[in-house]
Each structure stands twice: as C-alpha cells, then as structure tokens.
Design a protein around this ligand. Structure first.
Ligand code: SF4
Length: 156
C-alpha cells in the first residue's frame, strides 16, 4: 500500500476545484493498493480556496519558522498548512504507509519544486510543507513525475 496526493487520484481538491489525475495512480486506488490524502483539505481549508505560495523558503524552512505560506491576497495560512500535514501523516501512519507519491510544485505536496512565492507562475527548487514533514518523519517520497518516469523505465 502506498499513499498519494488525492488530486493525483482524481479527487477535485485543488485550490481551483480541479484534479490532476494520473490514471495509473487512480487505478491503484481503485484496486485498493493506494490511499489518498489531501493535506490542505484535511486542514479544513475549502474547495476552491485562494492559491497560496511559500514565502521566505521552502517547507523545511516553514517547520523551522523561517518561512510562511501566504495566499495571493496576503492571508497567512502557515498554521493551516502545518495542521494539514500533521493530520495527513496520522492517516498514513494508521495505514502503516512508508512510501508516498506527491504532486510536484504544490506548496503542500511539492517534492523537488514549489512556486517561487511571487505568484508569477515560476517554479523554484524546494519542498512543500507536508512533504517536508513526511520526509522528516522518515517516509520515502517520490514526485508524480519521478514515479511516472520509473514506470516508463520498468516497461523497457
Ligand atoms: S494539497 Fe496536495 S493533494 Fe491537496 S490538492 Fe494540493 S497537491 Fe493535491
């Protein structure tokens, strides 16, 4: 059993009310081989919600109180994002999940890239708030892009 970002499994939970479905991951959910978590929704944030980006660093910096998560109108949602990460981790723990596939570029779920904090559409290197928490707790996390590349490699 693995854990995946819920939007990858076809749940319409993104800030804009959309999903980012990756069909093979959705199939794993349907086969009972993956469970889905959306840290932002688990925090109690609504769908849709204002877009938010990390300012002052990445997810690891958020946990060290060096960076914040701000919405596009400047609302500080840092504590919400941290709360969602903790709840998601508890759900994963309950299922004894140690491997995760998360959505690249998300302020919560990004594995190697997040947006640059200026709402410019530009990415920068960094880890999302929930992904940083999962890594700190010892979970193994791949991005959706890495997982898809691995799947392609195994087909060859
Ligand atoms: S928090 Fe993660 S699971 Fe939820 S919509 Fe954003 S990327 Fe998808």
């Amino acid at each position: 059993m693995i854990g995946i970002s819920a939007c990858l499994g076809g749940v319409f939970c993104r800030y804009d009310g959309q999903a980012k479905t990756v069909e093979p991951l959705k199939e794993l959910v349907q086969q009972g081989k993956a469970i889905m978590v959306c840290p932002e929704v688990l925090s109690g944030l609504p769908i849709p919600r204002e877009p938010a980006e990390l300012v002052g660093g990445d997810g690891f910096d958020v946990w060290q109180k060096k960076a914040k998560v701000l919405t596009i109108t400047g609302v500080d949602v840092t504590e919400k994002y941290k709360q969602g990460a903790r709840i998601a981790y508890e759900k994963l723990q309950a299922q004894k999940i140690t491997q995760l596939i998360t959505k690249e570029n998300s302020p919560s779920c990004g594995r190697h890239f997040i947006y640059d904090g200026r709402f410019s559409g530009q990415s920068k290197q960094g880890v999302g708030v929930a992904t940083a928490y999962f890594i700190q707790k010892g979970l193994s996390v791949l991005s959706d892009e890495e997982w898809l590349a691995q799947q392609e490699m195994t087909k060859k």
